[in-house]
Design a binder for this molecule. Structure first.
Ligand code: 2RA
Length: 342
């Protein structure tokens, strides 16, 4: 049977991508409810040719809902348990429950076996974690990963529609010789904001006591949970760059045994959701301008560490709103529907 579906956060960047993907993938639903904050209630949105009026999200909104797609945000903390209480399975893109031992944290191509362990909530990992995990898993299957050093180059879409608008407005202002105004990045909650146009900002979200940011520690903690191995050492630097939609990541991995470039490239070729774009002689490598709007992540610049035979470098790029958020969550829902386990 088809599920009764609700989308919480339907008017935001991720919510809008849920709708686009539902139409693109002919995602099966019996009924659809679009939910948002009181501020956005009343907005009319069209899905599969039918017009829906966005309703204010309340606990009772989840009566008779089988699968609830939560686009993200702190509202998950109060509404996810209310939805579960009413029989819904919540697939939550916020960070609220990701490290909860009772909540599976899932990239469907990497750890699908965790989906069935849910107790009502399934957490969608952070976008930079999802994209990196797609490159890690084929290597981890060849030889267990021991240590990862990663630098990310993250799109402004990670900061939502406001982040996208800020890049546009600052670029226009700069090119017109005007002052650039900054209100959103590195994080709206912080005292200081910096322009992202023609700049990079080595901070995403707030700093913690260990001088790593929340975004960086998400990559550490979530990757260890997804790969079920908290002995894996991960040293991240997450950076905001003036790109609209795709995150790019430079990853150096040390494995237990040496792995050849050919073996890793072949494994990536066979890995679902991953496309190998790797031919230096022809200047072929992934770039965010070309991965945006597509479902697959692209991997390239695959090469051995210059000094350590157990080291492998790669460059991986993926659309932050699609695979980094909405698509990953929808694929989890498709798994539940295929198994009729909702
Ligand atoms: C970002 N990963 O890129 C965070 C949240 N989407 O801003």
């Amino acid at each position: 049977r088809k599920p009764n579906v609700a989308i919480l956060g339907a008017t935001g960047a991720v919510g809008q991508e849920f709708i686009t993907l539902i139409e693109e993938r002919n995602f099966p639903f019996e009924s659809l409810k679009l939910l948002a904050s009181a501020r956005s209630a009343g907005t009319e949105l069209t899905v599969c040719g039918k017009t829906y009026v966005v309703e204010e999200a309340k606990p009772e909104s989840f009566e008779d809902v089988d699968i609830a797609l939560f686009a993200g945000g702190s509202i998950s903390k109060t509404l996810a348990p209310e939805a579960v209480k009413r029989g819904a399975i919540v697939i939550d893109n916020s960070s609220t429950f990701r490290m909860d031992p009772n909540v599976p944290l899932v990239v469907p191509e990497v750890n699908p076996e965790d989906i069935d362990k849910h107790k009502g909530i399934i957490a969608n990992p952070n976008c930079s974690t999802i994209i990196m995990a797609l490159g890690l898993k084929p290597l981890h299957d060849l030889s267990r990963i021991k240590r990862i050093v990663v630098s990310t180059y993250q799109a402004v879409s990670g900061a939502g529609k406001e982040g996208i608008d800020e890049l546009t407005n600052q670029t226009k202002a700069h090119l017109a010789g005007e002052e650039m105004e900054a209100h959103i990045l590195p994080s709206a909650s912080l005292a200081k904001h910096y322009p992202i146009a023609f700049n990079v900002i080595p901070q995403i979200d707030v700093f913690l006591d260990n001088d790593y940011t929340k975004e960086e520690m998400k990559m550490v903690n979530e990757t260890q949970k997804i790969l079920h191995d908290d002995s894996i050492q991960i040293v991240p630097t997450t950076i905001r760059i003036p790109v609209y939609r795709s995150h790019s990541e430079s990853v150096l991995v040390e494995t237990e045994e040496p792995v050849s470039v050919d073996a890793f490239r072949t494994a990536c070729d066979a890995f679902p959701g991953l496309v190998v774009r790797d031919n230096p002689a022809e200047q072929v490598y992934p770039m965010p301008l070309y991965t945006s709007g597509q479902n697959d992540c692209e991997i390239g610049r695959i090469r051995k560490d210059l000094y350590n035979e157990r080291g492998m470098n790669f460059w991986i790029v993926g659309d932050q709103i699609r695979k980094g958020a909405a698509l990953n969550a929808l694929q989890i829902a498709e798994y539940l529907i295929e198994k009729q386990s909702f």
